[in-house]
Design a protein around this ligand. Structure first.
Ligand code: 5GP
Length: 120
């Protein structure tokens, strides 16, 4: 079971504009901004505008329109991020064992250099 959504998590505050971020994308379903502690030349976070704790919560409970809108937004952001140096990596941490820090769904977009093998 997913924990209840905490409307005071840091990404909720970024979504409401209560704390600053370097936004690169925004539409009805998603916003994207630069990760404050980048792990690649381009490291963006794409989050849905709706109150979803994780990929687990979102994929189970969001509407078809929200899911389509979010996936399209991740695609657009990643395509742009991967346009100069070819390719990118998407990552979503879910729950305790993944090390998920912020309880609002975010998809990491890494790009801008050869990213090396996945670590397990
Ligand atoms: P997680 O570990 O939950 O998958 O990823 C959380 C990410 O959010 C981390 O990469 C971290 O650097 C980033 N982050 C945490 N707080 C902030 C913030 O206030 N602003 C921005 N832009 N990124 C943040």
């Amino acid at each position: 079971a997913t924990e209840p959504y905490d409307p005071n998590n840091v990404f909720a505050k970024i979504l409401r504009g209560e704390i600053p971020s370097k936004r690169v994308y925004e539409d009805e379903f998603a916003i994207a901004f630069h990760d404050i502690n980048p792990h690649a030349p381009t490291h963006l976070l794409v989050i849905p505008t709706g109150p979803y704790v994780s990929w687990d919560d979102f994929s189970a409970n969001a509407s078809d329109a929200e899911i389509a809108g979010f996936v399209r937004a991740v695609g657009a952001v990643a395509r742009e991020a991967g346009a100069v140096e070819p390719g990118y990596r998407l990552l979503a941490n879910v729950g305790l064992n993944s090390g998920q820090e912020v309880p609002h769904l975010h998809v990491h977009v890494f790009a801008g250099k050869p990213l090396g093998p996945m670590l397990a």
